[in-house]
Ligand binder design. Structure first.
Ligand SMILES: *[C@@H]1O[C@H](CO)[C@@H](O)[C@H](O)[C@H]1NC(C)=O
Ligand SMILES: *[C@@H]1O[C@H](CO)[C@@H](O)[C@H](O)[C@H]1NC(C)=O
Ligand SMILES: *[C@@H]1O[C@H](CO)[C@@H](O)[C@H](O)[C@H]1NC(C)=O
Length: 417
């Protein structure tokens, strides 16, 4: 069984994998490909971007394609060849949908008016050349051995500073998680990342798998300059952690693996509106749960199924059967040469509701599909460095959505300890 440290390592590694190549390149962020490279990238883009039946350009400049559901990128994965699309899970957890105490105002509108995909298609954000170059750099980079920032003190290595403030669950055995994450728009520099996530992980050490979902501000992954906060997913299977090993997986759909079923919720979508300091809070409701018959891992956004990671991506007796760890909270990354960015709203947990970033309605889904409040003591707050970012575990038995919750975050400018 993988140790808890592996999971923490993985959380940090998720960021490390995207960023290390960036750090290595210093300030030269936008790599301009040579003519030769450009041709190659164009060829690959053609392979990734399946032919669109219909396309839309958003006000922000994203291109959203409607793709034949049976011809999406996922099925290029060698483990998914010949699989048919699972239009919905064979087992659905007993959802707790009534959220009477929720202060949510409007459901978040992901698509502009007039953007709608026809029956039999799914909506995906088109991959651009910049997206691809970014993904390539990651891959070529690989994983350069054990990291030493997995313990509480060591959050620093030669490539960057990594911080998390979370509540964690496990080791245990369960088949899904839920949570509501309020939205903020932390300012970051070109080289930094700030994100909020919910994650599950599990499987044996030889094939430790994880899935992350949440929102992210990451200028190098999402090129648009003005708007920042995007829905993201990340999955990975890492072989032989914590020893040097190979990994598969990626963000959103920059590689084959995730099977999209939704016509209305594209991964990478811009999220708005953002919560207002001392004002209205907007949050997104996310779930990750396993189809009990098939073993597929489903992602749902506000109770709508977005899609799934098929069980065959994971080892049969491992993550395809259960999860062992869960985590909710915030993460930031910064190159060592810069001060760290804001996490969450930039305010400390002690400032309280409507000022701080939160995750509430934290739930565990058991093997029978029941949605449960985790035992009070089964959740543990964790901070990489409490001087920089804090995690405050909230459990108020008499308040529905605050029965298990987290306040987390902190201001920019931490210089380590
Ligand atoms: C996929 O299906 C084709 C046609 O039915 C078959 O020839 C091929 O062997 C199958 N491949 C796999 C990996 O099952
Ligand atoms: C927050 O809002 C309340 C009520 O609108 C107001 O009285 C208070 O001064 C505000 N606090 C801050 C810190 O802005
Ligand atoms: C972090 O690492 C950088 C470069 O390796 C070093 O200059 C800096 O002093 C380190 N900071 C801490 C807090 O250890």
């Amino acid at each position: 069984m993988a140790s808890f440290n592996n999971f923490v390592l993985l959380i940090l590694l998720t960021i490390a994998l995207i960023l290390v190549p960036e750090a290595a390149q210093g300030r030269r962020r936008r790599v301009i490909p040579s003519g030769e490279q450009k041709k190659e990238l164009e060829r690959q883009l053609k392979a990734i971007n399946e032919p669109a039946i219909k396309s839309f350009k958003t006000q922000q400049g994203d291109i959203l394609d409607c793709i034949d559901i049976h011809k999406q990128l996922a099925f290029d994965h060698h483990l998914l060849k010949n699989q048919s699309v699972q239009l919905k899970p064979t087992s659905v957890p007993e959802w707790i949908t009534s959220n009477k105490i929720s202060r949510k105002v409007d459901p978040l509108q992901l698509l502009q008016e007039g953007i709608n995909c026809p029956e039999g298609t799914v909506i995906v954000k088109r991959t651009t050349m910049q997206d691809l170059m970014h993904a390539k750099r990651l891959k070529s980079m690989g994983f350069d051995g054990p990291r030493h920032f997995i313990t509480d003190r060591n959050n620093n290595d030669s490539t960057g500073q990594f911080y998390v403030a979370t509540v964690n669950y496990g080791p245990s055995s369960f088949s899904g998680v839920k949570g509501h994450l309020n939205l903020w728009d932390p300012q970051v520099s070109q080289d930094q990342i700030s994100l909020a996530f919910m994650a599950v992980a599990g499987g044996p050490k030889e094939q430790f798998a994880s899935i992350f979902v949440g929102w992210m501000v990451n200028p190098s992954l999402y090129q648009l300059s003005e708007d920042h906060v995007r829905l993201y997913t990340y999955w990975s299977v890492s072989f032989e952690l914590p020893i040097e090993g190979s990994m598969s997986g990626c963000y959103d759909i920059t590689c084959p693996g995730f099977v999209q079923v939704s016509k209305t919720i594209p991964l990478g979508a811009l999220l708005q509106p953002i919560s207002v300091y001392n004002g209205t809070q907007y949050d997104i409701s996310l779930s990750l749960y396993q189809d009990r018959v098939k073993g597929d891992w489903w992602f749902s956004y506000h109770e709508e199924n977005v899609g799934y990671w098929p069980a065959s991506l994971f080892m049969a007796r491992g993550f395809a059967n259960r999860a062992n760890y869960a985590s909710w909270g915030g993460q930031v990354y910064s190159p060592v040469t810069e001060k760290t960015p804001v996490m969450g709203s930039g305010n400390w947990p002690s400032e309280g509701l409507s000022k701080v970033a939160y995750v509430n309605s934290i739930k565990i889904i058991d093997h029978l599909g029941n949605v449960l409040d985790p035992e009070i003591d089964s959740l543990k707050a964790r901070e990489t460095s409490s001087k920089c970012y804090k995690a405050m575990y909230i459990h108020e038995e008499d308040k529905d959505i605050w029965r298990r919750a987290l306040y987390y975050g902190g201001p920019a400018g931490c210089i380590g300890e």
